[in-house]
Design a protein around this ligand. Structure first.
Ligand code: NAP
Length: 248
């Protein structure tokens, strides 16, 4: 069953990892997909071609989610190219891990700007369109770390905890206009972001997860399909844990 036929989605950071998984799954469910990348042009153009071959409209845009101006310009361009936006997925994110004693100001600022301010930039940029049509779903990519904290990730955890607060506030502000806003908090998902970690540490994590495996981008993409579709039409302001039971 195709759950997103006719919907137009914009996804930030879909040139790799979870974003690519979301773009593919949304295309399989019949959605038209506009997506961004920061520097990975070749994989982004390859994905654009792959999605178009699935019979939906898809287009890659180079846009820095941390920039307010670029986010405004992106949304204007997507509206011109696609003729509307029904779903926004704020997925772009980075890590710059270090213990506080070694964490520089630049690494704190970069993570907050790309992970958290980007969510403000993009939500603000699509708001007018969603308000006018009195319908929309916004999905923000949080993390288990935003609830639990993690040594060496104070910047990242703060950005994700910020996303949870932002999500709940926007749900309260826009609910009366039938615009829903939810977050997904992935646990340990095996992508390039987690490839940087030591294999022994990773195996320890897998062993500690009740479902005994790391998650896949598709595990997250399926949760996004649910929150984007009318199947979740009475769900807003929630942070959905998708973590194999890591945090219960
Ligand atoms: P990833 O493999 O490192 O991919 C990150 C994506 O974000 C790439 O497409 C990248 O584009 C894009 N990006 C980075 N900076 C950007 C910017 N300034 N503007 C626009 N796009 C930008 O990461 P991932 O594992 O798929 O993670 C995706 C999201 O899930 C992130 O928000 C992350 O925090 C969250 N998450 C991941 C995990 C996990 O275990 N993997 C767990 C919890 C939450 P380029 O390719 O062009 O650099």
């Amino acid at each position: 069953m195709k759950l997103l036929e006719g919907k137009k989605v914009i996804i930030t950071g879909a040139s790799r990892g979870i974003g690519t998984g979301i773009a593919r799954t949304f295309a399989e469910h019949g959605a038209d997909v506009a997506f961004t990348y920061s520097s990975s042009e070749a994989p982004a153009l390859k994905l654009e071609k792959e999605l178009n071959e699935k019979g939906v409209k898809a287009k890659a845009y180079k846009s820095n989610a941390a920039s307010f101006q670029e986010s405004e310009a992106l949304v204007a361009q997507v509206l011109e190219d696609f003729g509307g936006i029904d779903v926004l997925i704020n997925n772009a994110g980075i890590t710059k891990d270090n213990l506080l004693i070694r964490m520089g100001e630049a690494d704190f600022d970069a993570v907050i700007d790309i992970n958290l301010k980007s969510v403000f930039n993009m939500t603000k940029a699509v708001q007018r369109t969603l308000l006018k049509q009195r319908k929309g779903s916004i999905i923000n990519m949080s993390s288990v770390v935003g609830v639990k904290g993690n040594a060496g990730q104070a910047n990242y955890a703060a950005s994700k905890a910020g996303i949870n607060g932002f999500t709940k506030s926007i749900a309260l502000e826009l609910g009366s206009r039938n615009i829903r806003c939810n977050a997904i908090a992935p646990g340990f998902i095996e992508t390039e972001m987690t490839e940087k970690l030591d294999e022994k540490v990773v195996q320890g994590w897998r062993d500690g997860i009740p479902l005994k495996r790391g998650g896949t981008p598709e595990d997250i993409a399926n949760a996004c399909v649910f929150l984007a579709s009318d199947m979740s039409s009475y769900i807003t302001g929630q942070v959905l844990n998708v973590n194999g039971g890591m945090l219960t």
